[in-house]
Ligand binder design. Structure first.
Ligand code: SAH
Length: 566
């Protein structure tokens, strides 16, 4: 919940706008501001105070406790011009909140946390549990002092400006080591604990077993990503409660699946009870990895038979491949999600001209692997290979990266040993459609006229089918210096089924600074006005030019004849 506090009428007006925008997430604290701030500080995760920073500093100072648990506080001036992240920038979420409040109120977010200001990811914002001297190591990173990265487990981190050796260290490990001075330890979710239990096994017995196994193997409980078991035990209270206490999910697999896993210590008891010779070891090993703690049983003080078993596996690090569409060109048509993925990646792979489009967004230290036109297969292979090495990779493409672009060659290379994230982008056809009016208001197709990878006979057959089906057609890659006869030929096929007056839109460099567009007709289109920076959209038999715009009706003729619903 976000507590909202204001003192004056102007402040209350801004407060009410925010409350109206986020009705379910906010709560207004009325009354004397001192009491209101104290109550909100105690009850809310975050506060927005429509008060002077000085007033808020004085009110909040006596309430401050632990950085990790204090609420984040944002101050907004009465004019609603600035949203200042005051305390709890990272842990309390105030930086993020200042940006979000800024978006709602049209205020400038003011974020002074050093790591955000210079484009370094905060060590406490990487999504991994972190221990040790976060402030000291962050300062060293900012000051350009050498910081060594000791990744004992490969994990897809965002770019950090690290050196081979340094007097400060960022250690990525699942071992139960205490961070030294000048050291930060990041805990990757690299451990899977397989668990089995008899009906009614007490949570203390299960937890004691897991904790003992981790301790004896020198492993950190903070690196446990999940508990894994067999379907039949998915609801077993002791297991559910143990997972809850560890703060991880309990994942269940079918007995058939578990029975296929090769394990060092199979036994007859689970085979009879649930239909697999191993639960703990098999569930832990199912996703691959190295068995670091073989099956062990719980010990009971009363000498009765053990009710729980566990085994621990270290997963191989999984790289992350984000396939990111950049949109047609304009920066404000790049989605926030695409931007976040570009800043999340430590390796960026793409065509040089697309890299130029977003280079300013990359974090310092991002490794950029750019190549010229053509080298597509190689780019795809490079991106996948880097992800397999455990890196966070972004593979970029203009428009949507899945449309005549890199996603398919990359995913054809990839196997399930990496995580893949797709970020959709605004395609050239959509960007051009918005420029032209509403040409895509009814069924439509895109057809690429490039016969480099596709024989002309195939392209021709598809154009013919689109012509016969009266589909609106957007031609990609319509014409280049060496490829100039395909477009006239495709248009001639469409002209066989559509009037010479059919509207045709030609859009060049949609959303880029030198954007241009022209609305013409099938008969009048001059192919010389078309090049590789262009898409050509041909209307269907119902498409009209209305007030200089291209409009394809939705064609709800059936509505006129339809009977009224009873
Ligand atoms: N993935 C891209 C398409 C890449 S194919 C997308 O989703 O849009 C390259 C072709 O796309 C170009 O030859 C051109 O026909 C078209 N194209 C890409 N960006 C364009 C833009 N901004 N304006 C007009 N056409 C564009």
């Amino acid at each position: 919940m976000i507590g909202l506090i204001s003192a004056t009428a102007a402040g209350a007006a801004a407060r009410d706008r925010l409350a109206a925008a986020w009705p379910d997430r906010t709560r207004v604290y009325d009354g004397p501001v001192g009491d209101a701030v104290r109550a909100a500080f105690a009850e809310c995760e975050r506060l927005v105070c429509f008060l002077a920073t000085g007033a808020v500093v004085r009110l909040v100072a006596p309430l401050l406790g632990e950085k990790a648990s204090d609420p984040g506080v944002v101050c907004v001036d009465e004019g609603g011009r600035f949203a200042v992240s005051l305390v709890g920038g990272h842990g309390g979420g105030a930086n993020e909140l200042a940006v979000a409040v800024g978006e709602v109120l049209g205020a400038e977010p003011v974020v002074t946390t050093a790591t955000d200001a210079v484009g370094l990811p905060g060590l406490d914002t990487l999504g991994l549990p972190v221990e040790g001297d976060v402030a000291g190591v962050s300062r060293a990173l900012l000051d350009g002092e050498p910081v060594a990265l000791e990744a004992e487990v490969p994990w897809p981190l965002p770019p950090l400006p690290v050196a081979a050796q340094g007097s400060y260290t960022v250690r990525v490990t699942d071992r139960a080591v205490e961070p030294g001075g000048r050291e930060v330890v990041l805990r990757p979710p690299s451990l899977v604990v397989g668990v089995g239990a008899s009906r009614g096994a007490p949570v203390e017995e299960v937890l004691g077993l897991i904790e003992g196994a981790l301790r004896d193997a020198g492993l950190s409980a903070r690196s446990v990503s999940c508990l894994a078991t067999v379907d039949a035990k998915a609801e077993e209270p002791g297991l559910v409660a143990a997972a809850g206490r560890l703060g991880v999910p309990l994942v269940a697999h079918s007995a058939e699946e578990l029975a296929t896993v090769d394990v060092p210590n199979p036994s007859a008891a689970p085979l009879a009870a649930v239909g697999t010779p191993s639960v703990a070891e098999a569930a832990a090993l199912l996703g691959g990895g190295e068995l670091v703690v073989p099956k062990r049983k719980s010990e009971r003080a009363d000498g009765r038979p053990a009710m729980a078993t566990c085994a621990v596996v270290r997963r191989p690090g999984r790289g992350r491949l984000a396939v990111v569409g950049l949109g047609p060109g304009a920066r404000d048509l790049l989605t926030p999600r695409a931007k976040a993925e570009l800043r999340r990646a430590s390796v960026l792979v793409g065509l040089d001209q697309y890299v130029d489009q977003i280079r300013d967004l990359l974090r310092p230290g991002t490794r950029v692997l750019e190549s010229g036109l053509g080298a597509e297969e190689e780019r795809a292979r490079t991106a996948v290979a880097e992800a397999r090495r455990g890196h966070a990779v972004a593979l970029i493409g203009s428009g949507d990266a899945g449309v005549y672009a890199m996603a398919s060659p990359a995913l054809a290379e990839a196997s399930d040993d990496i995580d893949v994230v797709g970020v959709p982008g605004v395609t050239a056809a959509l960007a051009a459609g918005a420029v032209l009016g509403a040409p895509l208001g009814h069924d439509h197709v895109s057809i690429s006229l490039s016969d480099l990878h596709t024989p002309w006979e195939v392209i021709e057959r598809r154009v013919r089918a689109a012509a016969e089906a009266d589909l609106v057609v957007t031609f990609y890659n319509p014409r280049s210096r060496g490829r100039d006869w395909q477009l006239p030929e495709a248009l001639a096929i469409l002209a066989g089924h559509r009037a010479p007056t059919t509207p045709v839109g030609v859009v060049r460099n949609a959303s880029r600074p030198d954007e241009s567009s022209r609305l013409t007709t099938l008969a009048a289109l001059d192919p010389a006005t078309v090049d590789m920076m262009t898409v050509v959209t041909v209307g269907n038999t119902a498409t009209r030019e209305i007030a200089g715009r291209m409009v394809t009706p939705r064609g709800y003729r059936w509505q006129e004849t339809r009977e009224e619903p009873k």
